[in-house]
Design a protein around this ligand. Sequence first.
Ligand code: SF4
Length: 218
Amino acid sequence: MRYEQAISILIKLVECRALLVTAVVSFRCRLDGSCCKKYWIPVIHLDLWRLYYYGGVADLEDYVTLVEGKGAEGTPKPLLFNGEYVYLALAWRDDACIFLASDGRCTVHPFKPLVCRFYPFVYHVRENGEVEIDVNEGAIGECPGLIMDDKPIDPEIVEYLKRLARARILELKLWDAFVEEWNERYGRSSSLSKLIELALERARRDFKELVSKNLWVK
Ligand code: SF4
């Protein structure tokens, strides 16, 4: 099943088990959308906020779905939903992410979920807290923009992704706090509309706090 395949590949993407081939690759996104037909995209409340706040996507219920699963390393904390563990994810349409246009472009590119922005790279965190960027093993031979040519990863890409990784780590902690509250209050009797309503409510607060601390990534 496509979702199952996507789950395993995406987990590789986000769980930060990089191939450790640092500095042997060039990358230029070809904007062909192939990754958007392969991976499902887990989202957290702040990803929804970006779509809502910057993209004006008000009817979010039509753009997200729930994917069964629990606790794969590196994925966002799963929610309890009517007693089952699920991930909140972008919906699919015509065998691709719902935001993929027919010309292969992402229709929400400037405010797309953070997970999408890392591909075809991954981050991992060393024991000393340092963030490192590397190639996503699953993208080799799959991503047409990734060229294994023994050249260093562009330092600008590395710096951009490190900043993104630091934001992502922080946002995942905020998501954890939301999930704990949700699970306790609504985990046994849930509705998607309630989940989105509360996720946006929490996101609005977290967004303001992150902006005030200069830690927000658009
Ligand atoms: S949000 Fe955009 S980049 Fe991410 S999977 Fe969907 S179409 Fe692709």
